[in-house]
Design a protein around this ligand. Structure first.
Ligand code: ADP
Ligand code: MG
Length: 261
């Protein structure tokens, strides 16, 4: 490669087009071999840069979201949950609710796949370039309680207000102290109609007072959270339980068949 090549690569680097700089040699060689025109060569090279940028952006968004496990959409088996409103689920995957600042509440038993679905939709949100954050209710409340002794509380509330999508996992597993619910209320009030919140819970709305303590505050919170919210009800049994019963069923049938031989 000659001096022009080196200079060109330096220019691309100076313009922070690093994927184009990195792919230049290969693309030039391929272009010469296949005899494609200048326009096609430039198209391919710029496409490389765009692809690399969107990949980097997705990785950055996913890293910032702090999902507990990497469970993208394709790992969720829709056939296992025939009661799921698939039309709604697909619509949510398009992230329109984030733009509309509408909340999503997953209601269902433990093991139903609520965390998995929330994670998958969160990854889709990252793909659609929304700032996303996944946190358990318990983790968030603890973080708020720790910060409240310091001047950092307001900053923390602002931090959680600025995400485009806040996923609050496992509401209802552990009741909060009065202080804890007040702090959580503060975060949710700050986000109200400013950003979408996705909640997973095993509690029916009637039982939310048990978690938040104060009935007046719970009513105010529910009113805000459920306003224009998408409620995804997941009334089926635990996925793992269903899977292991299926496995047992299969084994039973196999044993039976073997006995018949
Ligand atoms: P929940 O949050 O409702 O308690 P999880 O999302 O933690 O349930 O699901 C329990 C386990 O079952 C997880 O490992 C999850 O990945 C898996 N799971 C649940 N539903 C499905 C599904 N439809 N397809 C694939 N895996 C699933
Ligand atoms: Mg869960």
């Amino acid at each position: 490669m000659g001096i022009t090549f080196t200079e060109l690569r330096e220019n691309l680097k100076a313009l922070t087009l690093s994927a184009m700089a990195g792919g230049l040699e290969v693309h030039l060689r391929q272009a010469k071999e296949s005899g494609i025109g200048y326009d096609e060569f430039l198209l391919e090279l710029t496409a490389t840069e765009l692809r690399s940028r969107s990949e980097n952006r997705l990785n950055r968004r996913v890293r910032e979201a702090k999902f507990p496990l990497h469970k993208p959409m394709e790992t969720f088996d829709l056939n296992a949950v025939p009661e799921l409103d698939i039309r709604l689920f697909r619509e949510l995957a398009g992230s329109g609710f984030i733009k509309e600042r509408r909340n999503v509440i997953f209601l269902g038993r433990s093991g139903a796949g609520k965390t998995h679905m929330a994670t998958a939709l969160g990854i889709e949100a990252c793909r659609n370039n929304y700032r996303t954050r996944f946190v358990t209710c318990y983790g968030l409340v603890n973080e708020l309680i720790e910060a409240r002794h310091e001047t950092t509380l307001q900053r923390l509330v602002q931090k959680y207000a600025h995400y485009d999508l806040l996923i609050l996992d496992e509401l209802g597993y552990i009741p909060f102290s009065k202080e804890g619910s007040e702090l959580l209320f503060q975060v949710l009030a700050e986000r109200h109609e400013k950003g979408a919140v996705m909640i997973t819970t095993n509690l029916g709305f009637a039982d939310w007072t048990q978690v938040f303590g104060d009935p007046v505050m719970t009513a105010a919170l529910l009113d805000r959270l459920t306003h224009k919210a998408h409620i995804v009800s997941c009334p089926w049994d635990s996925y793992r339980l269903k899977q292991s019963l299926k496995e047992k069923g299969k084994q039973g049938r196999t044993t039976h068949a073997n006995n018949g031989l």
